[in-house]
Write a protein that binds this ligand. Structure first.
Ligand code: PGA
Length: 251
């Protein structure tokens, strides 16, 4: 795993945007794996800037999102469909038919998971997968205890995840209890993975990612089984790692 330590959130967003744009320059038909959450917001702003100011085009790009809540209309303000449209898709030239996000109200959840795996397999492999990391180490919505061999599946969200995401809703009660997520195995099929971690809230996850053995208790640890992962982390999120480092030097 390559670790890029940057000063702050703005630099993290800039570095991530540069990596995505390099991928698009390499192939304007790239398949991008996209994530929601607070972390990629700055990155998406930079990508929009790149499209508007430097003409980076998404006309032939396809995107596959990691996950979606179950039980919300896709136009609900808290859905990931809405999140992606409002924070990225409406401001770039990606064709709407190139966008893949799991259905939030499928008539059969089982069929929807099967369909999404087929989408990943037929379009993929994903060239570059963007990932945030949960405060409990989840990737996508693969919560602690998830099967490392999982493909797209339904998850019951951990209470900590619902709390972390409550700010996107009016209250904790409004956060859905279930979601459809790409599995750990589906994520690891990507050619390259870019993990973003910013802020003190992520310090513990980053420390665990960089120090613990691979285990189902900490889903992000499975990233160590992939040979092309880059972690971009800012000083606040790296805090516990650097403290430990300086304690070791002092000893
Ligand atoms: P966040 O979520 O970007 O909102 O912190 C990351 C994640 O849960 O993967």
């Amino acid at each position: 795993m390559e670790v890029i330590l940057v000063e702050n959130y703005s630099e993290l967003s800039e570095r991530a945007a540069r990596i995505i744009e390099e991928q698009i320059y390499k192939s304007d038909r790239s398949i991008l794996g996209l994530a929601t959450g607070s972390t990629p917001l700055g990155l998406y702003e930079k990508l929009i800037e790149g499209y508007k100011r430097r003409g980076v085009s998404y006309k032939h790009i396809h995107s596959i999102n990691l996950d979606e809540y179950l039980g919300l209309d896709k136009n609900h303000p808290g859905s990931f469909h809405t999140f992606m449209y409002e924070n990225l898709f409406k401001d770039i030239d990606i064709p709407m038919e190139h966008i893949q996000i799991p259905d939030s109200l499928p008539s059969s959840v089982k069929e929807e998971c099967k369909r999404y795996d087929q989408v990943i397999d037929s379009l993929g492999p994903i060239d570059l997968q963007i990932l945030g990391i949960g405060s409990n180490g989840h990737i996508g919505f693969n919560e602690p205890g998830s099967d490392p061999n999982s493909t797209t599946h339904v998850v019951e969200l951990a209470q900590s995840t619902r709390k972390d995401n409550a700010h996107f809703f009016g209250s904790l009660e409004e956060v859905p209890t279930h979601a459809v997520t790409m599995g750990i195995q589906s994520i690891l099929k990507s050619r390259r993975i870019l993990v973003l971690a910013s802020g003190k809230r992520k310090a513990e996850s980053v420390q665990r990612l960089l120090s613990e053995n691979i285990s189902e208790n900490f889903p992000a640890s499975h990233l160590w089984t992939h040979d092309d992962v880059t972690l971009i982390v800012d000083q606040d999120a790296y805090k516990l790692v650097s403290q430990k480092g300086s304690e070791e030097v002092a000893r």
